[in-house]
Write a protein that binds this ligand. Structure first.
Ligand code: NAP
Length: 252
């Protein structure tokens, strides 16, 4: 799938701003989705601005028109309801109005498979992406910008086993998270990969291909990451969540 026009969801966010700049630097036509043009602040020259509310699919059609790549960097900071509406809702609503296939890069979080209301809604968003049939990469970053100045060597791990809920789970800069998200869009080796992303002591790699290539793909039809714990069985999920997941299966 050739990538030409990239939509950044959560473009005003702390990682989203880097993703907008990174997509422009990579040469893509880049569209920043904001909820309020007046409050959006400045984006680098060349970025297109489009207004939409992630909680309202009817406002998102203009945002997805013609896109060939979507980078999701949104997120809520509130309660379970906010996580449902924003963290999960953004994925559901943006993909619901997408009518031609696009490559997806979705940011969630390290520890997403450890049950909390917020994590569970992010994980359900991951499941929608896997079920959709779209090509995707799911990046679960460690703690943003808790890295020391000499920690830039990227490490990708799978299975989401780091559950401390503290920077000991891993750290990584916002700029590097955005770089990996944008780079994944054109990498065959990153397709259907789900991984945790942290940085350790050392220099940043100039080529991410060896890192992506070392990862295992999520099995066809899998709802979770390839090595994830099987701790959120579908038969214990809310009926409305199962119905929305079923509606997404094989959409593309
Ligand atoms: N901090 C960490 O160490 C860490 C580590 C791993 C994962 N994460 C996860 O990363 C996510 C993002 O964190 P962040 O610090 O980058 O957050 P942020 O700077 O607040 O960015 C969140 C983005 O989502 C957008 N958004 C939220 N609700 C929206 C709505 N209804 N309609 C349109 N846009 C909406 C925000 O738009 P506005 O600008 O309009 O509000 C903003 O662009 C969080 O959910 C967090 O769980 C954080």
């Amino acid at each position: 799938m050739a990538i030409d026009l990239v939509l950044v969801v959560g473009a005003t966010g702390s990682v989203g701003r880097h993703a907008v700049a990174g997509a422009l630097d990579a040469g893509y036509r880049t569209r920043a989705l904001v909820r309020d043009r007046a409050r959006a602040g400045r984006f680098p020259e060349g970025a297109q601005l489009v207004v939409g509310d992630l909680t309202d699919p009817g406002t998102l059609r203009e945002a997805v028109a013609g896109v060939t790549g979507i980078v999701f960097t949104h997120g809520s900071h509130g309660d379970a309801r906010a996580a449902q509406l924003v963290d999960y809702g953004a994925v559901h609503n943006v993909l619901s109005v997408l009518d031609v296939p696009a490559r997806i890069a979705l940011m969630t979080t390290i520890g997403v498979t450890k049950h909390t209301p917020g994590h569970d809604w992010k994980r359900r968003g991951e499941r929608l992406v896997r079920a959709s049939g779209l090509p995707y990469t799911i990046v679960r970053p460690g703690w943003f910008d808790y890295n020391e100045p000499d920690q830039h060597r990227l490490v990708m791990v799978q299975g989401d086993t780091r559950w401390a809920g503290a920077p000991s789970d891993g750290v990584v800069s916002r700029a590097q998270i955005a770089h990996v998200l944008v780079a994944s869009l054109t990498s065959d080796a990153a397709d259907r990969r789900t991984f945790e992303l942290v940085a350790e002591q050392g220099a940043a790699q100039s080529d991410l291909a060896p890192l992506f290539t070392a990862l295992q793909p999520d099995p066809a039809a899998a709802l979770d990451g390839v090595l994830d714990r099987d701790n959120m069985p579908l038969d214990q999920e809310p009926a409305a969540v199962v119905a929305e997941l079923d509606a997404f299966r094989g959409r593309f």
